[in-house]
Design a protein around this ligand. Structure first.
Ligand code: SF4
Length: 192
C-alpha cells in the first residue's frame, strides 16, 4: 500500500528510525482503525518485492512490516529477501492469521473481534493492547496469559480516547508494573 521512512512511534522500539512497509488488506474490522483505507487490498496494486527491498536498503537497517494485516498474506518471500540484505525485520500484527515469514521482532496487538492464532501468541516478543474503554484492561490481562513470559507487555491508549484513557493506563501500570505505557508518539510528533 505504501512505504515510508520514519520513527517507530509505539511500543518497545519507540524512538528508533525504521523503514515502514504497509501491506494492503485487512478484514479484522476494528471500528477505531486509523488506516481504514488499507482494508480493501484491491485498491492497492501489488508492488514487486525487489522494488521494496531496494528502497528499504537505502534508508534504514530496520524494516517494520505493518498494515492492514500483513499476515493476511504469506510473508515468507518478502522477509527472506529483506533478511538476505542484512535488514532487521519487524512485524506489527493482530495475529488474526497464521504466522508466516521470518522475523527479528514480533509485536502482537490482538483484537477482540478476530483473536490471534496460537503460533503468533507463542512467538510474540511484545504484546501491545489498545485501550479504548475500561473493559480493555480485562481483555489485556486475558491476552497476557496467552503469550510467553518473555513477551514485553504494553498498554496503549486509542488515539481518539487518549485524554480519557491515558490517566487510567498510568494508574493501572503503577499498580501493575509488569505492564508498560505505550503512546503513539509519532502522532504527537506529527510524523507518519
Ligand atoms: S487489525 Fe489493524 S488494520 Fe486491521 S482493522 Fe484493526 S487496526 Fe485496522
Amino acid at each position: 500500500m505504501e512505504e515510508f521512512y520514519t520513527i517507530q512511534g509505539e511500543g518497545f522500539h519507540t524512538g528508533t528510525a525504521a523503514y515502514f512497509i504497509r501491506i494492503g488488506g485487512c478484514d479484522v474490522g476494528c471500528h477505531w482503525c486509523d488506516v481504514k483505507e488499507s482494508w480493501n487490498a484491491e485498491l492497492h496494486p501489488p508492488t514487486s518485492i525487489a522494488h521494496i527491498v531496494t528502497n528499504a536498503k537505502k534508508y534504514a537497517d530496520t524494516v517494520v512490516v505493518t498494515g492492514g494485516e500483513p499476515l493476511t498474506w504469506d510473508m515468507t518471500a518478502l522477509t527472506n529477501q529483506l533478511k538476505a540484505q542484512q535488514l532487521k525485520v519487524h512485524i506489527e500484527t493482530s495475529g488474526a492469521y497464521p504466522l508466516t515469514g521470518s522475523w527479528d521482532w514480533i509485536c502482537l496487538s490482538p483484537k477482540k473481534n478476530k483473536l490471534p492464532k496460537q503460533t503468533v501468541y507463542d512467538n510474540a516478543d511484545e504484546l501491545k493492547v489498545i485501550i479504548y474503554n475500561k473493559h480493555d484492561f480485562i481483555f489485556a490481562e486475558e491476552q497476557a496469559e496467552k503469550v510467553t513470559k518473555n513477551a514485553i507487555l504494553f498498554l496503549q491508549p486509542e488515539w481518539s480516547k487518549k485524554e480519557e484513557m491515558t490517566p487510567l493506563i498510568v494508574d493501572y501500570v503503577m499498580k501493575n508494573p509488569r505492564w508498560r505505557v505505550s503512546l503513539q508518539t509519532h502522532k504527537y510528533l506529527n510524523i507518519p
